[in-house]
Write a protein that binds this ligand. Structure first.
Ligand code: AHR
Length: 310
């Protein structure tokens, strides 16, 4: 069962306090930990009563959490969908109950756009394209074929699908010399990255590059690369996505060559959207509220590390 918690039910000031039911994906990565903290802190700062539940990367847990928020008649529901498909039924239940839904971080596939008000989160396809451009920088001066191993995020999750798509798009358009020789999910976890990279290394002695869909899997993979007697960042160049603290530490040691930032600090933008929706002004919001992100190469890591916020 999903782990749940709730902040105080006290009403703040004269007007009725807004209650937000939030279903988090899980606690699979450093990114997710920062995102959870941002949501909790922003709810507190905005005076919003947050009901929070961790689905432990299971869609059925998210569906039961959403159903329980509907039963509790919360004012607004928000969730970060673990995968893109399979949400229409529960979203229709929320709509029938008159509870607006705001997606955060990840998107869903639906034929009915009225089932959610807006998405607060990153453009993952662009992140995949940025990762390919980062690899161009990392490989500057290199000639000849480049053999790439890809550690994918959770199968069926928007960031896994879109990052792979964006990367493949640039590869197809500009890099006939690049090829993806191995690609498998590591479920966005360190343990997954470690295990899958070990299998990649057993099957392929000639991997030049690792493209990891997040820092945690890259950090796990670094352990397997070292165990195989190779030097991460040198024998195998690594590009990953997120920009969490431990990713920056690995980058400052030269083990990761470049990171495409994905900003997890979505809490403040989410709470602003919750207030707007609760005030009946959801139609004034854009369908997609995007976040600000930057790219970093290894030579920038040490200087950037002290000011990283997550
Ligand atoms: O949906 C965002 C992704 O989910 C992050 O890039 C990854 O670290 C997390 O698990």
């Amino acid at each position: 069962p999903a782990k749940s918690s709730s902040s105080s039910d006290k009403t703040g000031g004269g007007s009725k306090q807004i209650t937000l039911g939030f279903s988090q994906v899980g606690s699979e990565s450093g990114w997710r930990a920062a995102n959870t903290q941002s949501v909790k802190e922003a709810a507190k700062a905005a005076g919003i009563n947050l009901k929070f539940s961790d689905a432990q990367q299971k869609q059925e847990n998210q569906i039961s959490a959403i159903r329980s928020y509907i039963a509790q008649k919360v004012d607004v529901i928000s969730f970060s969908p673990v995968v893109v498909t399979g949400w229409d039924t529960v979203l229709k239940e929320a709509k029938a109950a008159g509870i607006p839904v705001i997606l955060t971080d990840r998107s869903v596939e639906t034929s009915d756009p009225s089932l959610y008000v807006t998405l607060v989160g990153s453009d993952f396809e662009i992140e995949g394209e940025r990762a390919a451009h980062m690899l161009e920088k990392v490989l500057a001066g290199h000639t000849g074929p480049v053999k790439i191993a890809q550690l994918e995020g959770t199968t069926g999750a928007a960031p896994a699908i879109e990052r792979a798509k964006g990367f493949a798009k640039i590869m197809k358009a500009s890099h006939p010399e690049w090829s993806i020789i191995a690609s498998q999910t590591g479920d966005f976890t360190r343990a997954g990255g470690k295990q899958v990279m070990a299998a990649f290394l057993q099957a392929h002695s000639d991997i030049d590059v690792l493209f990891s869909h997040n820092d945690d899997m890259a950090i796990g993979a670094i352990q397997s690369i070292q165990a195989a007697g190779k030097t991460p960042g040198k024998d195998i160049k690594i590009v990953s996505v997120d920009g969490v603290h431990d990713g920056f530490v690995a980058m400052s040691k030269g083990q990761i060559n470049g990171i495409v930032e994905c900003n997890p600090l979505l809490g403040p933008q989410l709470m602003d959207a919750v207030k707007t929706v609760h005030a009946g002004k959801g139609s004034t919001l854009p369908r997609w509220i995007k976040t600000q992100e930057t790219d970093y190469t290894a030579d920038q890591a040490a200087a950037a590390l002290p000011s990283r916020k997550y």
